[in-house]
Design a protein around this ligand. Sequence first.
Ligand code: NAD
Ligand code: TYD
Length: 350
Amino acid sequence: MKHIVITGGAGFIGSHVVRLFVTKYPDYRIINLDALTYAGNLENLADIEKYPNYFFEKANILDIAALENIFEKHRITDVIHLAAESHVDRSIVSPLDFVYTNVIGTVNLLNVARKHWAQDLSKHLFYHVSTDEVYGALGNTGLFTESTPYHPNSPYSASKASSDHFVRAYAETYDMQTVISNCSNNYGPYHFPEKLIPLFINNIIQKKSLPVYGDGLYTRDWLYVKDHASAIDLVFHKGKPDETYNIGGFNEWKNIDLIKLMCSLMDEKLGRAPGENEKLITYVKDRPGHDRRYAIDASKINTELGWKPSATFEEGLSETIDWYLQNTEWLQHVTSGAYQNYYTSMYSNR
Ligand code: NAD
Ligand code: TYD
């Protein structure tokens, strides 16, 4: 019987992973451990909170005593670790917050897991969810593979790279069973409106300007969040111990092309004249150290585990926009209060 702690389960990707595991595996106990920072929101899980195999523990991964209690109380057998500070722009303003949660928090979790599983480490798995940003930036060609050298460029990616190294080091040094996956940019429902896609959907709804960083020719590889959750399910159950898997959408978009697509889809959905939303596009000061291009070679997870994305980008993006249009209350809740201060401080000087 598995008692899995999923950290960061109240966040964007974590909530999709929790929902998938709770509904697909009624025999597992799923413990959502989350500090409920600005990015964590229990409304993301309102539909499954009554399930008998779902438990929520409000805790910070910097609080070792709280982690010990949760491992003890729920007799945790496995970890899927997503809790993190996740936004590059915030990491440029407050790098230390990223060191605390992403590096020290991960090491705390490794230590507590190792201690509680000491009797037989081979029966337990520590799954660390990471990002393709650890590999740095690509030029016009090439893809990130699992053997691409780490070359992080932002405080966020440096902190995630560091956490990946610690997980790998714990596998080597202490014989813990670990697995790491490095995924490309996700999009979908429950995405906090500080990242490109949900921020721009929200701004288009409100007819606010769309701040495009630099020349807008930066490239990202977008994956629907439910496909990331299904990949995590597969890697958790079938991945080889101590391996790493790249996960990506085979779906590269230059920011400006993606933004124009969102504008035209939303002209139609909001009944605005063709071209109306594009008028909101405003080029602003670039992000320092902005990575030019990310693109994942996901052939290992495809050939070894049989995973591939199920949603096309057009379907996924359209579904995502519809979700935001239908969930205005969720959007209002997360953009009230502290969000206004964040927005002013992040965008007023650009
Ligand atoms: P998110 O910011 O939406 O959610 C993070 C969650 O972690 C929140 O619920 C927050 O409350 C919680 N959290 C933060 N600090 C904590 C702490 N100290 N203790 C306990 N809980 C804490 O992030 P996300 O976009 O869902 O990303 C989840 C994971 O996936 C992260 O590890 C991120 O690096 C990784 N990832 C994200 C993407 C992406 O496109 N969003 C892509 C690849 C990998
Ligand atoms: P983001 O969603 O922050 O993800 P990441 O930086 O982790 O890839 O940004 C995606 C791309 O969009 C990135 O090239 C930066 C750009 N961007 C803008 O042009 N304007 C914005 O307001 C934001 C938030 C991002």
